[in-house]
Design a protein around this ligand. Sequence first.
Ligand SMILES: NC(=O)c1ccc[n+]([C@@H]2O[C@H](COP(=O)([O-])OP(=O)(O)OC[C@H]3O[C@@H](n4cnc5c(N)ncnc54)[C@H](OP(=O)(O)O)[C@@H]3O)[C@@H](O)[C@H]2O)c1
Length: 436
Amino acid sequence: MSEPLKLGLAGLGTVGIGVINLLRTNGDLLTARAGRPMQITAVSARDKTRDRGVDLADYAWVDDMRDLAARDDVDVVVELVGGTDGPALDLAQAALKHGKGFVTANKAMIAHHGLELAATAEAGNLPLKFEAAVAGGIPVVKGLREGASANAIERIYGILNGTCNYILSQMEDTGADFADVLADAQELGYAEADPTFDIEGVDAAHKLAILASIGFGARLDFDAVRVTGITQVQAADIAQADTLGYVIRLIAMTDVEQKDGEGSTLLQRVRPCLVSKDHPLASVDGPTNAVVAEGNFSGRLLFQGAGAGDGPTASAVVADLIDIARGEVGAPFSIPVADLEAMAPTEPGHRMERTYIRFTVADRPGVLAEITAAMRDAGVSIESLIQKGRPNEGGDVLVAMVTHEGQERSVQQALHLLDGSDSLTAPPLVLPLLRN
Ligand SMILES: NC(=O)c1ccc[n+]([C@@H]2O[C@H](COP(=O)([O-])OP(=O)(O)OC[C@H]3O[C@@H](n4cnc5c(N)ncnc54)[C@H](OP(=O)(O)O)[C@@H]3O)[C@@H](O)[C@H]2O)c1
């Protein structure tokens, strides 16, 4: 029998315990696939006394998880703690410095520090893997790095945050407003006590930045992701979208623009979009994630599945461990860090799109004319316009419209013309229509 791959596991929460259960349940199958057994030797978490529903007696307990990095009985450190910096980052750096492989599900840390960690890993010819950091159980990192690696990728987009998708699809099903659905989601465990990272789109942005780097060979650039969360989406928007044949989803999207003689620019964007009901992403409901990658030879590839949860996330973590047990190292971002292209962010104002705009306006004559005049003056052509019949409690009326395809900056210009108008009683909401 070959030598086992010895694992030091930091974090015994949802994913950590999921990994222990998977290694125990599928042990023989994993040994056959990996060509050698995988064996946890040491574990670490904050509270040694907590009952975690699994027997930890076979594993050495390490009080400070950073000490896993120096242990002789650890070949690979598995970090399932979380946090952008702090102990998780210390552990990653220490593990690589001590010549260990490193596996993590931590998208925040990879989005912020992935390049420096990858450079260290490459210098030491060590594996650094993070399949579970993007879309939980969906093998989309491998899908791009391996299955689709023969393609020039043209566009990657999808639903990368289960909490937002759960909230939006619940709003759709029940007609309830954002705040009520969020409260329910927190009670049911679909949303964190502090949901900011999810509902403001930051979590999806972390994952998108990682996918953009792998898909386009671009240097990871989380700070360049333009992010709009779902907090401004109202039940009325979902109802209007439904009337028009659309659902609303938080869409993370990235593509590359080639500019003659000026190199390439990278667009990375997270924002709620109207998705046509006949698009595959429209039927992605609840906490499910889905990613579309368009390759120049493969055509449209759709990856769909559970974006979180103990089992699915453990499945992705252990798939990385199997690769390492087989001796696969590879560049973490598909091509070596030194060869990743530094791409400037795309300024999207010239991009053509159709747009849904919702205005909240005072219920009085002339308001509609004022809005349509601003649209006309900015060169925005209106395709359809819906005015909700009765005023709401505050006496406001919702006016929603969909524009014909036009430059994104024209809509911004029209809204600028309406800045300060006392006809508008709340800031307008602008949502693009996802191109099919
Ligand atoms: N949950 C998911 O479905 C999911 C999906 C994809 C990716 N992820 C990522 O996976 C990672 C873990 O998530 P999770 O949901 O499993 O988190 P979790 O349930 O909150 O568990 C976190 C674990 O880390 C331990 N921990 C926290 N701070 C520590 C410290 N300073 N030193 C040592 N241990 C520490 C905790 O110890 P105690 O138990 O003793 O408090 C706990 O065991 C995160 O990066 C997350 O983003 C999670």
